[in-house]
Design a protein around this ligand. Structure first.
Ligand code: MEV
Length: 426
């Protein structure tokens, strides 16, 4: 893999089937994978086994982001997303980041948090002491259900009692189980462990337990990506690179201080991360919940990123967020397109997948705030939107770009106008 570059100049101009051939060659895909990519992904039969009351499937475009260099390794990034310009923008940002040596990433061990709610507490301190005094036995109980994860080096690591003396339903003790889920997202493993632990906790504390469920605020399972972009990479016709770097720093500061802006800023980050989650069959709602709750961890919702001009005048960027993603189990193994996407990514572990996703989030954010701080977001969006409008108006393949260009030039991106252009009313 080390000898392959994810710089694929002109990839976007190739016809779809050629792109599939290029990626197949790059990622050593077989003919079955190619068939999957070319439209034979999830069958109705398989879909019927995955959820209830199935009627069929719902397809999304699957694209490939190029130019990603993460810890010295090249990756092609599969992204399932309906929004135009997400894939192009992230590829473009990754190219600028590549010029500064690419992304440097790290991840914690894949430690999920599970929660047990304890109620009817006669004495909070006695309950807490009982849990702390029996920690070793409790960890053993938590480990008894999933020997596979334990044998792989994962399993229960810690038990942490968290008292809430004053709640609307009286004193409450929340017991956290920290559980290393290895390469699984781990929802099933940790929920099973919690259900076996709860009766033991109730017995030891002489209290009653209610909910037993993982927490999506997976702050023990985070991924970090960092990059430095040489200022000259950011130069445009209208601005010097140093000016753009400063504008990006200002854009980030906006999202640090103002939750209204932070919500949109972080939404842009998740445009990229969700797309990789969906492509790889991961639970994007879990990752979304983790990201947004983590963004509010200091009591105020804020940007997940830091961008600032460094001492050399270059642009430094960093992101850290919870990343509860897996590469075994669930849709990742069942959905044929997710399996092929995982082959393209070729990650070796869940933490590696988490790091790549953090890099995608950082690049997606750079793309957005770089555009917002300079030309504005609409220019690029409109060019792509115009293609969709041209298609909606019935433009044949050969005329889509022509019609789209004219719509953009006239700044009238409407289906009616596209139809007029197609009728020869130019
Ligand atoms: C649009 O999907 C995402 C952006 O709004 C993100 C941002 O504003 O940073 C462009």
């Amino acid at each position: 893999m080390g000898d392959k570059s994810s710089r694929l100049p002109g990839f976007y101009k190739r016809p779809l089937t050629e792109r599939v051939d290029i990626v197949a060659e790059w990622a050593n895909l077989n003919d079955d994978d190619k068939t999957v990519l070319l439209g034979q992904g999830l069958s109705n039969e398989l879909a019927d086994k995955m959820i209830e009351n199935t009627l069929g499937t719902f397809a999304l475009p699957l694209g490939i982001a190029v130019n990603f260099l993460v810890n010295g390794r090249d990756y092609l990034i599969p992204m399932a997303v309906e929004e135009p310009s997400v894939v192009a923008a992230v590829s473009n940002a990754a190219k600028k980041i590549r010029a500064g040596g690419g992304f440097h990433t790290s991840a914690t061990n894949p430690v999920m948090i599970g929660q047990i709610q304890v109620l009817d507490i006669p004495d909070m301190d006695v309950a807490i002491n009982a849990i702390n005094a029996n920690k070793a036995d409790l960890l053993e109980t938590a480990n008894c259900c999933d020997k596979v994860i334990v044998n792989l080096g994962g399993g229960a690591l810690d038990i942490v009692p968290r008292p809430f003396p004053d709640t609307p339903v009286g004193p409450m003790l929340v017991v956290h189980l920290h559980f290393d889920t290895r390469d699984a997202m781990g929802a099933n493993a940790i929920n099973t462990a919690l259900e076996s632990l709860a009766p033991e906790i109730a017995r030891l504390t002489n209290c009653r337990t209610n909910l037993r469920i993982l927490s999506n605020l997976a702050d023990q399972r985070t991924a970090t990506a960092r990059c430095t972009i040489p200022a000259d990479q950011l130069a445009t016709e209208d601005y010097s690179g140093q000016e753009v770097a400063k504008l990006i720093e200002e854009a980030n500061a906006f999202a640090v201080v103002d939750p209204y802006r932070a919500a949109t800023h972080n939404k842009g980050i998740m445009n990229g991360i969700d797309a990789v989650c969906i492509a790889t069959g991961n639970d994007w709602r879990a990752v979304e919940a983790g990201a947004h709750s983590f963004a509010a961890k200091d009591g105020r919702y804020q940007a997940l990123t830091d961008w600032h001009v460094d001492d050399n005048g270059d642009l430094y960027g960093e992101i850290t967020l919870p990343m509860a993603v897996g590469m075994v189990g669930g849709a990742t193994k069942v959905h044929p397109t997710a399996r092929t996407a995982m082959k393209i990514l070729a990650v070796q572990s869940a933490p590696e997948l988490a790091q790549v996703m953090a890099a995608v989030g950082l690049a997606q954010n750079l793309a957005a705030i770089n555009a917002l701080a300079t030309v504005g977001i609409q220019k690029g969006h409109m060019a792509l939107h115009a293609r969709q409008v041209a298609m909606a108006a019935g433009a044949p393949e050969a005329l889509i770009q022509f019609v789209a260009d004219q719509l953009v030039a006239e700044r009238r991106i409407h289906v009616d106008r596209a139809k007029e252009i197609l009728k020869g009313n130019r």
